[in-house]
Design a protein around this ligand. Structure first.
Ligand SMILES: [Zn+2]
Length: 428
């Protein structure tokens, strides 16, 4: 074999397994693998994970913080207005340079697959052209999936639908939407229907910004689930954000959750963004705005998390670290039980990979040797420490390396390290 990781822990709870790699793929996952390799790496007390996957991002806006000015109110609506001011000033070179810089940050942190929305409301389709170019350039190391996103609303501009169709013709592979930003609830519902029909006609996936508001009566997820059922799109549709569900009454949600599950619609929450953009019209108490993650999971819905924004009109912070995203979800969603923390790890790895329909993902013989070795013993410790990504591999080759974090303490009689055991049970 080319490479064997010895005695690594795996995210599903298996410990001290050997993982052998041949060429671009995983050849063996066994305890005490009887084989030799050109290189062996001791992974004792280290977590070997499939790479992080970001189910929701905006690569066309990233790293544009301060251009042309800062978002003073901190609201979603000022963010959209600010992006509208920046859009006419974009150049291919600037969009490509910022996106590539972000991809470098992502790779260093083991983030090797990103679903990025791309604004299709600019008649030039400059961001679409730019991100298609970025997709080609990063393909050796990042799976970049693009969503045609009518940021200004499908029915708020005369050319929005035509531009969205042009973007799909150019090779953008997922249909997006923003029903809560259309002028009326009726327009929002109509946009969901039209966009799902476009996806059904073309055999594409759907991922809509849906109900990103504190308004409990923003119920476009209901239409999205119903359209998914009507058009037979089961397993191909995502509702992103779903923050209004935070503010809905429990009776309505008890009817909604089974509909979402039955329609095979997945949910993507964006904890860093939801906790900062939602609740902005509240005095006290202030709502958190994160969708009902444990309830969705217990209803059988696939839930993933996205970073959404890094240093752009909507969010001034962020670093491309999906463990930062999972860490925030643990806090905002009260997901502090050990099982729930494990679910948060899945939401930035396997669940997100499922939503992106990634090919040969996961630590199974025959799959791609896309791997991250973390300076943590298990997912709990990885999230707690936002652990150092010691090695990042793509198709069997090391593409990023970060030195181990070392602290020299010289204290007598220190207790040993503490590790946690994950017990099965429901998410609460
Ligand atoms: Zn978004």
């Amino acid at each position: 074999m080319d490479l064997i990781f010895r005695r690594v822990n795996l995210p599903d709870g298996r410990t001290r397994f050997d993982v052998g790699i041949e060429g671009d793929h995983i050849a063996a996952v066994e305890q005490e693998l009887r084989a030799t390799a050109h290189q062996e790496i001791d992974g004792t007390d280290r977590l070997l994970s499939p790479p992080f996957v970001d189910a929701h991002f905006h690569l066309d806006a990233t790293l544009s913080l301060g251009l042309p000015r800062m978002n003073r109110s901190g609201t979603l609506l000022e963010g959209i207005a600010l992006w509208g001011e920046l859009k006419p000033r974009l150049t291919h070179e600037s969009v490509i340079a910022r996106a590539l810089a972000y991809c470098d940050m992502a790779v260093a942190q083991g983030l090797l697959a990103i679903r990025s929305h791309v604004d299709t409301c600019d008649d030039r389709l400059l961001a679409v052209e730019s991100l298609l170019e970025v997709k080609r350039r990063v393909a050796p190391y990042i799976d970049l999936q693009l969503v045609a996103f009518p940021q200004d609303g499908l029915y708020r501009s005369a050319t929005a639908e035509r531009n969205l169709l042009r973007a799909l013709d150019m090779g953008v592979e997922v249909v997006g939407g923003i029903p809560h930003f259309e002028r009326t609830m009726a327009d929002g519902a109509a946009s969901v229907r039209r966009l799902c029909e476009i996806a059904a006609e073309r055999g594409l996936l759907v991922d809509m910004h849906c109900d990103e508001t504190d308004d409990p009566y923003s119920r476009h997820i209901e239409t999205l689930a119903a359209e998914s059922k009507r058009l037979g799109l089961n397993g191909r549709v995502v509702g992103s954000h779903l923050t209004s569900m935070h503010s809905m009454d429990n009776y309505y949600v008890s009817k909604l959750l089974p509909l979402i599950a039955d329609a095979g619609v997945a949910a993507v929450a964006n904890p860093l963004i939801n906790i900062t953009l939602q609740g902005r019209h509240d005095t006290y108490p202030k709502r958190r705005g994160l969708t009902r993650v444990p309830e969705l999971i217990n209803a059988g819905v696939t839930v993933a998390f996205g970073h959404d924004c890094v240093m752009d009109p909507w969010y001034a912070l962020g670093s491309g670290d999906m463990l930062d995203v999972a860490h925030m979800a643990v806090h905002v969603g009260h997901l502090t039980a050990l099982d729930s923390i494990r679910v948060c790890y899945d939401a930035v790895t396997v669940n997100a990979a499922k939503i992106l329909c990634l090919d040969r993902y996961g630590i199974v013989p025959g799959n791609y040797a896309d791997l991250v070795l973390l300076q943590a013993a298990d997912p709990f410790e990885a999230i707690r420490l936002k652990a150092t990504r010691l090695l990042v591999l793509r198709r069997g080759k090391v593409i990023a390396r970060t030195p181990e974090k070392v602290t020299d303490l010289e204290l007598p009689d220190r207790p040993g390290r503490v590790t946690m055991n994950f017990m099965p049970g429901s998410i609460g």
